[in-house]
Design a protein around this ligand. Sequence first.
Ligand SMILES: CC(C)(COP(=O)(O)OP(=O)(O)OC[C@H]1O[C@@H](n2cnc3c(N)ncnc32)[C@H](O)[C@@H]1OP(=O)(O)O)[C@@H](O)C(=O)NCCC(=O)NCCSC(=O)C[C@H](O)C(=O)O
Ligand SMILES: [Mg+2]
Length: 356
Amino acid sequence: MRSPKDFFAPLAVGAPQPLRQIPVRPSRMIHFFDPGNEKMAAKIPSLAGKVDVLLGNLEDAVRADRKEAARAGLVSVAKATDFGRTQLWTRVNSLDSPWVLDDLSTLVTEVGDRLDVIMVPKVEGAQDIHYVDRLLAQLEARAGLTKPLLVHAILETASGVANVEEIAGASPRMQGISLGPADLAASRRMKTTRVGGGHPGYLVRTDPVGEDLAEGRTTYQQDLWHYTVARMVDACAMHGILPYYGPFGDIRDVVACEDQFRNAFLLGCVGAWSLHPVQIDIAKKVFSPAPEDVAWSRRVIAEMGDGTGAVMIDGKMQDDASVKQCRVVVELAEELAADDPELAAAYDAATKEIQS
Ligand SMILES: CC(C)(COP(=O)(O)OP(=O)(O)OC[C@H]1O[C@@H](n2cnc3c(N)ncnc32)[C@H](O)[C@@H]1OP(=O)(O)O)[C@@H](O)C(=O)NCCC(=O)NCCSC(=O)C[C@H](O)C(=O)O
Ligand SMILES: [Mg+2]
């Protein structure tokens, strides 16, 4: 572990100065595309400016014999596209794979100035982040980059979960962490076969009502990911970085996707992955605070004055702790609205309505 005194020192001569705070930019949906798939790549110019993050995926879901094509495709897309307000991220191959060294050296050298964040899969502990951190510093120095690349870890191994706090704090490059439920399920030897989402067999049942143990007992499906998401959120909050839910693989089931995303939002996540265009608007809706919640939060903040003491609003007690929650909602809403006039208008309309 680096001494706290050296934590913000560049790790290579000529590398850019590490950031002291993660830039606040909307990242409600991290939209995955395979840059070697011509049909998908052709859609990128029309998505740029409309989604918060476009991520050129080089890892799982890209066939082994298409890895080089995906990497080259991402270089072309990065050079040719005007991304506007949209961030460009990539997910490189895992650190034990034969491709990752070329992924990092090619991307940083050729399009390092276009990339914002590098997502690293299957992170097991701080040592994986330290390796990427030093290598990126060397590559940035050689490429003459002036802005440091940020790193995002996927939480998808049992050791990664056990070490999540040290991963979150491993480097000033750490931008955030996403849950990778499919690899995590395999790593934990869970008996699911899905990419995220729930499972009908993971449930609780009400007590028996009579002699017949099968009769009249309601079951409630439980969230398989609650523990991991909550732990990831705490680790990220502790280190001032951002937590995300990952993929929801049942593309057709837009209803359950919205539920899974909302659980993550309510627990503290700022976004989720979209794997298909149909999931983009779901993430945008879920990870933007609802206008009525923003209006209510503004009202609580206004009525609480300096934020101390206790007041009753519509029969509900408000105090220092509830006003802090309201500030979280309003700050996020205002950050998002600054980039989105439609959202800003919806927030203002709801605020006027609650005031009338
Ligand atoms: C899931 C898909 C394979 C589905 O693709 P397809 O069968 O082509 O779907 P559609 O026919 O409905 O597509 C309609 C059109 O939209 C384009 N399309 C599809 N997906 C995307 C996309 N992501 N971005 C841009 N455009 C997209 C299609 O080309 C069609 O175009 P057209 O014919 O011109 O109308 C596919 O969506 C897909 O591959 N998605 C990404 C999958 C992915 O990235 N997976 C990896 C992330 S999840 C993961 O890794 C697990 C995680 O790590 C963990 O461990 O949990
Ligand atoms: Mg994975």
